[in-house]
Design a protein around this ligand. Sequence first.
Ligand code: GLU
Length: 495
Amino acid sequence: MIRVRFAPSPTGYLHVGGARTALFNWLLARRHGGVFVLRIEDTDADRSSTDMVEGILDGLRWLGLDWDEGPHVGGPYAPYFQSQRLDRYRTTAERLVAEGHAYYCYCSPDAIKTKREAAERTGVAWRYDRTCLALAAADIAAKERAHQARAVRVRAPERRIGFDDAVHGRIEFDGSHIEDFVILRSDGHPTYHLSVVCDDVEMGITHVVRGDDHVSNTPKQLLLYDALGAPVPRFAHVPLIMGPDKKRLSKRHGATSVIEYARQGYLPEAMVNFLALLGWSPGSGDQELFTRSDLIARFALERISGGNAVFSVEKLDWFNQQYLWMLAPDELSRRVQPSLASAGLWRSSYAADRRDWFHAVLQLLKPRAKKLTDFVQLGQYFFADELVYDPTAVDQHLRAEGARDHLLAVQAALDDLDPFDVRTTEAAVRAMAESRGVNAATLIHALRVALTGRTASPGLFEVAVLLGRHRVLARISSAVALMESSSAPPQSHPS
Ligand code: GLU
């Protein structure tokens, strides 16, 4: 039975790197019918907060990465917050002392600092000098009686330490470079190495999939597995995510928080597909679109690449567009609704008697949308009562020679057109152009600015039909009024 965990420290939001680590763990668990554990590593009380925890959970929920054990769902190894497991770490540290794998260190931080600085002045890399390992039993007993503050250090053996990483292959370290590191501080708080290994052992974690930045922590953790007599899980260290400039992904490159992408109107299924292919390849040629079940069916740690992955927003946009395309009309409108609502453009009729109209508008706008939020701007002239005119468009096409008369003629032709559909409106406008001796494009450009306020839109006659005759005629009147006013065009004008 495969048991994996995602173990975030709630000192920030869920960033894309963490989300990808969570996704790989989740895929591995789902692939093998295993268990995905969510464990909150909040031992650093000053830097952790419940808001951050909830933010991380929201990010995971948005991505659809459900956890089998962890916060809110519980499980056989509860609690899943390290801050509630401190007694276990203390007991384990005591056990390691009792079994001779660790020892009490009474050296004060100041004393260690002084020694370290002295060593550094002579150019020697400092390692704890094992002062307290050399203490006689009587000295220890005396210090204990005096309740002297003490940390617990592991005795690091001087041998080579290695492991077979699922991504990088064999990795070896020279154990003689590892000092006797602290696993329990004098205030009774565990260090990361102790808490992570204790929990991975107790929770029966079989595979540790985490970022490359933890490779250097692994030898110390291997020593702890060894000291505890526990089986070592399979490690897979996933290469870091870089920005397009090959520097570690950071805010300089844009949003790094998963929830920020949700707010910006990305679809979780696009994000999942995109993140899955950051450093992992399903080995299927050029295919890039994979449903969640495809990803599960194909996932294997061995296909994670050892090279760093590059995060490209353009690529994410591409995925998002593909997934937008695939959404059924009802689903698309359900997802667009929050963006329109926050722009004050949502009407309840869009989900009721104007549902078909709303679907048709979304279908028309869809080819130009990359994100859900794009529909607000793209569809402004459909959803808002006030038309926003682009001043350049007005100057170019409405203030052009003869535009006013052309538009009034078009208005008259459309007034009693029956039926009012794409074919008839187009034929009417083209016939009008011909009879007035102007290029059809000239009329179409002017009409487009009158109806949408812009120079670019989907097919103008589709737009006109969806706006409906009444609004088309009214907008032409508004445009004419605008042309007649000698002042500069206002930012917006009633349609
Ligand atoms: N809590 C650690 C972190 O957020 C992860 C520990 C691990 O995966 O071993 O970096």
